[in-house]
Structures are given as C-alpha cells and as structure tokens.
Ligand binder design. Structure first.
Ligand code: IMP
Length: 822
C-alpha cells in the first residue's frame, strides 16, 4: 500500500490535474475579498472563521444567481408542466459543499481558499445545518429537490421556514436534554426574503351561504412571507427554487385593542400569530394533535396554493383566452403531498376552485384529484393524523364543510356500489365516528388524489393490504397505486483512475474524498480512515479518548418498532463481547418518555461497560450525541456494519440503510422496508438477514399470538439480561430505573422483540466469523456498493415523474446564463 498523501501533495495533485483553473481561482479570490469587505464589512485583522465562511458562501452564491434567474425565465419561455413538492419538512443540512460540487467549483474554491491561507474544512464547519426535519421524511424531501433539479424538472419545494429546527440534543448525566436550534442566529446566506410576494392566510371565522356562493368571513389573517433558496442541479445550469414561508402578523393585527389604548399589548401579541413558523414539531412518525401544528399544516398549503394558482395564471398555458382556465389546471400542475401533513391542500384547492374561481363542484373535484398525489410514509397507527372535528370547526370552518361534502358524495357512491354494507362505509369514511369525531387525513388523501404511493415495495404491499384495501377492492377511486422505493441523492463522480462509482452525494463526501486523495489505497483501507477529523477513535468518553477498534453503527428509530428491540440487543453484544463496538444514535421526541428512557439505558450500559477492566478496549458502547445530517456525513462512511433491525412490517423503508450500503457498510437486518430490495440488488447472501418475515408475524398474530414470557423463560441469557436491567445492574444508584422498560418488553411489546432474539444472536455470530476474514468481508462490501444503484433518488424521481406527474426527466443542460448584465 502506498503512503497516504500529505495535504501539500493533495494540493499539488489538484493543480497537476488542472481541475482548479488558474483564472477561476484568481476570480474567486477577488470575489472572496470583495465579500469580506463589502458584505461582511470586515478586514483580515478582525475577521473570524465564520466571516470567512460567509465570504466564501457569498462568493459561491454569486455563481448561482444568473443560473437561477435564467432557469426561472426558461420555465416561463418553455412553459413545461410544473411539479410542487409540499412538505412540512426539508432536512437540507449544509448547502456550501453541495453547491460547489454541483457548479463544478469545488476544486477551484479549494485552491483559492488554500492560497488565501485558510482551511476549507474549517470554513465548511462554520455552516449551521438547516435542520428543518426529523429524519427520513425530511431528508428524502431534500434529496428529491436535488434530483428534480438534476433531472431538469420544473420543480418547486414548498414548506415552512421554521425559526427553530430540530432541537440540539445534549446528553447530561446520561439523559437527553433538548436545546433550541437557533440556526438563523448569524443569518442564512443562501436564502432571499421576498416580502413583496407576501400572501394572506385566513383562520377562524364562520361561513355565510349566499346566492353568490359560500363566503368565509370574520377571519383572522396571518401573512406568509416567502424566503427562496436556490436548488442547483448537478452541472446542468438549472437552479430550482425552494420557497419556505414565514409567519408575519399584519400591521393592523389586534387593531381594535389600539383603540382602547392597548397598543403595547397589541404589538406584543403579534408574537402569538408569528408563532406559526416558530418551531418544527420534533415528532418523527408520531401524531401529537396540537392546534398549532394544524395551523402550520394549513398555513403552508394556503400560501403555497395562492402562489401555484398565480404562477399558473401567469404562464403561457394559463393566460390564454379562456374564461374557465382553472378547469385545465391539472394539465400543467402536479402537487405531491409528502405524507398527510400537507393534506389540507385538497380541501383548500377545492375552496379556491369552487368559492373563488366559481367552478362547479364536480369539475373542481375532477381537477383537484388529477392534480394531487399522496405519498404514505408509515402504517403505524400512532403516526396517522386524525384531527378532531371540533378543532377543525373552530380553526377552519369552511374546510370542514368541504370535507363533509367530499365525504357525503363519496359515501353515496360507495353505498350505490355496496348497498347496505355499513361496515365497509365505516371503514372507508373520511370521518371517524365515536366519542370524539375525527377527520382521517390519510383517507382524505387517498380519496382526493389520483396516485398514492408507498416508499418501499414491502411497505406498498402492506398498505394495499391494509389501509388501501377497501378502496382498491371497490374500484371506487380514480386513483392508482404506486410504489416509489425511497432513495438518497447520488451523483456520479470520476475517481482517480477513471473508475466511475455511484456515490451518495450528501453522505459520501468523506469516502469520495479519500478515494480521490488516496487513489491506490484499497477499499478496506479507506474504511479505516474515511475522515480526517472524525473517526470513532476520537470520540471522547468520560473525558478520555476512547479507542474503539472498529465500529458498529446501530441506527435505531426511537418511535418505531426498532426502538424496543435495542435493549436486549445491546445487552447481548455485551455478553458476546463482539469484535465490533456498537455506536448508537437516536433522538427522542421531547415528550416521549419511553424513548428517553431507552437513551438513558444505552448511556447507563456505556457507563458500566466502558469502565470495565475485563472488557477493556475490546468493546465500547457509545451513544452518539446530536445526530444530524452533518454528523451522518461523517459517521456513515466510517461504519462497517449497519443494524436495520425493525420488526418486519413496521419500518416503511428506511433511507439510512441504503446510505450505509452505498458507503461500504454491510447490513445486519430483518426483511423489512428497503432492506428487502437491498438484499435483492446485492444478493441476499451479501447481507446478514435474520428474523421473522412479515408472513411469520402475520401467522403469529393469527395463531397463538406473541407471549414475551415464553422466550424469557426459555432463553437463559435473555432472562439474565432482562433481570439485570430490571434489577439495577446498570443503574446501581437507582435500581428501579429501568424496571418500567422491562415491564413494557415483557407485557406490552407490540413489536415482539424477543421473538427474533435467537435469530439475531445466531446472525451476529455469523457477522463475527466473517469479520475475521477481511477478504471475504470486502467482497461482500463490493457487492453491496455495486448493487446500490437503485437507491439513487434520481431513479425514484424519474419514476415519480413518469408514473405520477406525467413529466419526462431530462439529462440535458439548459443554456448557461449570460453573466454580463445589460
Ligand atoms: P415565479 O415563478 O412567477 O415566482 O417567478 C420567478 C421568476 O421567474 C421571476 O423572478 C422572473 O425571473 C421569472 N419570470 C416571471 N415571469 C416571467 C415571464 O413572463 N417571462 C420570463 N420570466 C419570467
């Protein structure tokens, strides 16, 4: 193996390859200094790293502007169909590096920064993560925006500009503590506020049914202020827009209070109305049912639809001579709903079409269904949105009427097909009866969309068999059902000797980087040193540097099935003293007690194991604090093994699983979510698959049922593990601390964790055996990397475009902008 290059060699190598371009470098340096002076108002005596980051970000941003304006003009000229991806979450992470790569500026910037005597990685580390998402659903939305731009689609992301994103997680005395994510504190160089395009969104009030139609009156108005972020495609000169709305109180907010001398109070109360965009709800796969959240959901769709209709009317197609132009809206507009969170787009579009644009109900409904499509992300009952009718009536009275009308017509139709089948009608209704009547948002989405899709094949099949079954069987819908297996943003990069590898753009930087710097180093060598500044070896534990021989990263989802599974699994690795150490990460929803207790158990186990002289350095249990996109970019390329161990049928897809796969980690997992397709692509023999399949779980439910005690009584080490946890072995100062967790596993575990226990242990033995044979291990890794092409979000988006939106993706470039201003 050749000696790794030094940083100096690396710079020389870049120059030799001539990638930087001397002219470019000189121009970039001038622009950098100009921004430091004019934008940051700093000189190099006082400038700090953050100033340099901002100067660089602004320099790079300059290269986006012409392309951005040009792309938007181009869309008006060519007038293609436009797609709107509406999501309550866009988990973007950092922007600088992605932009440099997509504009092919990375090497020139690297060289310019080097010549300026600065360190690129240090500057990149100054960027705050845009953490406007909880996990998979939000990161998927971000990857989709990248891919839509790279595939030349006229696409827009619409969401909320939360002032506070996903909380920062601190571990204090072993417990999770949340801190506010004040990501905008120093400003955001990538966004452009557009106060001139502010929109009014109405809440509360009442309806008046007049001969002229229905009027929604006595409402309270909140303004939606758009902030635009450029989304560059991969080297194709396309720059799309993500528009995020921020809530603003109107100037006359609480005006009547002014008149009674309450001026100060009225101004202070503006905050209440602006709270709508204050904070992201940190609930992954969990429905909390708070009024503020419903306000957020309506706020984003009401502002977005005004913009969509306005843009449609301004387009060539929409501005032609036609009195009822909105009746062809769906021909030029596709709206994709990322889960049910933006489901209010359906009744809101009906309100706009019927009440404002004066379309007849039937025509409006046809347009609405043909426009909207819905992606389902989970079948877990605790995640399904079901809003109480009373809350709706209070907050959005007109929309409740519209939902009732949709349901009334739909129920009449079902009744005509299945006379007297009241049970079927109850199952399919948008309104759930019972003590507290509720609107079932998933049903609303299914009925109001022309396409419904799941996010992995197994998930789509389960959806069809459960939620969707009544609809497909009755043929009551125009909608079709699709599967769009999730994926992650990838691009193709040339490395070293011209080999082309598909790499996760957002997550493989480190690996790509290593491959570029060390072209002759073997794959297994790279895995050992993927990051200059981050490896599991450098994690601090108890004030000391913890030497972890190699790491096993177990991604466990806190509010899904895999959560509870972690407990025996961690303990088991202690018993086996694996060659691989578990590195666990997760974030608990702040109000989710069980999830927080699980994190506490992990840290408690770490406290015991990491200080055990017998275990020594052979095993460390580490909880990775504050997992987020940037940390994932560093941690995932370091992993050798990825645990994807949800009970079959509970994880819809997962996307972490494919990011590990792409980055050369092997998977130990159940046949659940996208694992199934990963096994198909790489060959099942190249994954460590264990445990019950969905059919086994179903058979268990239909047969004798799941009884945790059977396994507890039969498997001595499982019993020992549970007894130790319950008895305070890991919490000697508070022996009862984890008793409730064990009670939960023993008596109320709907995820049936113990049922897979023995299979998991056996499979871990296999992992350990194979790990001792690096050649075989690396062979499996290569099969995985070679098989991961399917998990590029370019593939998923091409599929959505063709099958759902009726659009054709294109790899062609649009003309480069003329940067010379006339
Ligand atoms: P929007 O898509 O209507 O929000 O407009 C975004 C951008 O598209 C504008 O800032 C313009 O750069 C461009 N644009 C808007 N209208 C036209 C047009 O009629 N022709 C060409 N470009 C336009």
């Amino acid at each position: 193996m050749s000696k790794p290059f030094s940083d100096h060699d690396k710079r020389k190598q870049i120059s030799v390859r001539g990638l930087a371009g001397v002219e470019n470098v000189a121009e970039l340096k001038v622009a950098f200094n100009r921004h430091l002076h004019f934008t940051l108002v700093k000189d190099r005596n006082v400038a700090n790293k953050r100033d340099y980051y901002f100067a660089l970000a602004n320099t790079v941003r300059d290269h986006l502007v012409g392309r951005w304006i040009r792309t938007q003009q181009y869309y008006y000229e060519k007038d293609p169909k436009r797609v709107y991806y509406i999501s309550l979450e866009f988990y973007m992470g950092r922007t600088l590096q992605n932009t440099m790569v997509n504009l092919a500026l990375e090497n020139a910037c690297d060289e310019a920064i080097y010549q300026l005597g600065l360190d690129m990685e240090e500057l990149e580390d100054m960027e705050e993560d845009a953490g406007l998402g909880n996990g998979g659903l939000g990161r998927l939305a971000a990857c989709f925006l990248d891919s839509m731009a790279s595939l030349g689609l006229a696409a827009y992301g619409y969401g909320i500009r939360y002032e506070f994103g996903i909380f920062n997680q601190k571990i204090v005395n072993g417990w999770q503590v949340e801190e506010a994510d004040d990501w905008l504190r120093y400003g955001n160089p990538w966004e452009k506020a557009r106060p001139e395009y502010m929109r009014a969104v109405k809440f509360y009030g009442r309806t008046e049914h007049t001969p002229d139609g229905v009027k929604w009156v006595d409402t309270q108005v909140v303004l939606a202020l758009p902030y635009d972020t450029p989304i560059p495609g991969y080297r194709n000169n396309i720059v799309n827009t993500m528009r995020l709305w921020s809530a603003k109180a109107p100037c006359d907010f609480n005006l009547k209070d002014f008149n009674v001398g309450g001026y100060i109070q009225a101004v202070l109360d503006r905050n209440l109305c602006e709270n709508i965009s204050r904070v992201l709800y940190p609930n992954d796969n969990f429905f909390e049912g708070k009024e503020l959240r419903l306000k957020q959901e309506y706020f984003v769709v009401a502002a977005t639809l005004q913009d969509v209709v306005r843009r449609f009317k301004a387009s060539k197609f929409g501005s032609r001579e036609n009195n009822n132009v909105l009746d062809v809206f769906h021909i030029q507009v596709a709206i994709q709903l990322n889960d049910t969170h933006p489901a209010m787009a359906i009744p809101e579009l009906m309100r706009v079409l019927v009440d404002e644009e004066k379309l007849g109900w039937d025509k409006a409904w046809d347009v609405c269904v043909r426009t909207c499509a819905y992606t389902n992300h989970t079948v877990l009952p605790e995640a399904l949105e079901r809003w109480p009718i009373d809350l709706f009536h209070h907050l959005l009275p007109r929309h409740l009427e519209i939902i009732f009308e949709i349901n009334h017509r739909f129920m009449e139709y079902v009744a005509s097909k299945f006379p007297g089948d009241h049970d079927r009608m109850r199952r399919m209704s948008l309104i759930e009866e019972g003590g507290c009547k509720k609107v079932n948002m998933a049903h609303l989405c299914i009925v109001g969309s022309h396409a419904v899709n799941g996010v992995a094949r197994i998930h789509s099949e389960i959806l069809i068999a459960t939620l969707y079954v009544s609809y497909t069987n009755t043929n009551t819908l125009k909608s079709s059902y699709f599967n769009g297996t999730n994926a992650t943003h990838t691009h193709y990069d040339n490395i070293g000797d011209g080999t082309t590898l598909a790499l996760t753009h957002s997550l493989t930087h480190s690996l790509t980087h290593s491959l570029t710097i060390y072209p002759s180093v073997s794959l297994s060598g790279i895995k050992k040193e993927p990051n200059k500044h981050w490896t599991p070896r450098t994690i601090m534990v108890g004030g000391k540097v913890c030497l972890v021989p190699l790491s096993l990263h177990s991604h466990q989802r806190v509010v899904t099935g895999s959560t509870y599974r972690t407990i025996p699994l961690i303990h088991n690795s202690l018993l086996l003293c694996n060659a691989l150490s578990p590195l666990l990460f997760s974030q608990a929803a702040p109000g989710y007690h069980t999830a927080k207790m699980i994190i506490r158990l992990i840290t408690a186990i770490g406290e015991v194991v990491n200080h055990d002289p017998v275990v020594g350095d052979r095993l460390k249990v580490i909880f990775l604090e504050n997992y987020r996109v940037t940390l994932a970019e560093k941690a995932i390329p370091s992993a050798d093994l990825s645990e994807q161990i949800s009970t079959a049928g509970t994880e819809a897809s997962g996307t972490g699983n494919m990011k590990f796969m792409l980055n050369g980690a092997l998977t130990i997992g159940t046949m659940d979510g996208a694992n199934v397709e990963m096994a198909e692509e790489a060959g099942e023999e190249n994954l460590f698959i264990f445990g019950m399949r969905v059919e086994d779980v179903d058979a268990m439910d239909a047969g004798k049922g799941y009884h945790a005690s059977e396994y507890y009584n039969r498997i001595p080490e499982l019993k020992q593990a549970m007894d130790q946890i319950a008895g305070g072995f890991f919490s000697p100062k508070q022996p009862d601390l984890f008793k409730e967790l064990v009670d939960l596993l023993m008596h109320h575990d709907r995820f049936k964790v113990f049922a897979d226990y023995e299979a998991y242990i056996k499979c871990q033995d296999k992992v350990n055996q194979l790990y001792k044979n690096p050649k075989e291990w690396t062979k499996m890794v290569i099969h995985n990397i070679a098989g991961c092409g399917k998990f590029s979000s370019d593939r998923t988006i091409a599929q959505y475009a063709r099958e759902i939106w009726g659009m054709e993706p294109s790899l062609e470039k649009i003309p480069a902008p003329d940067e010379k201003l006339k």
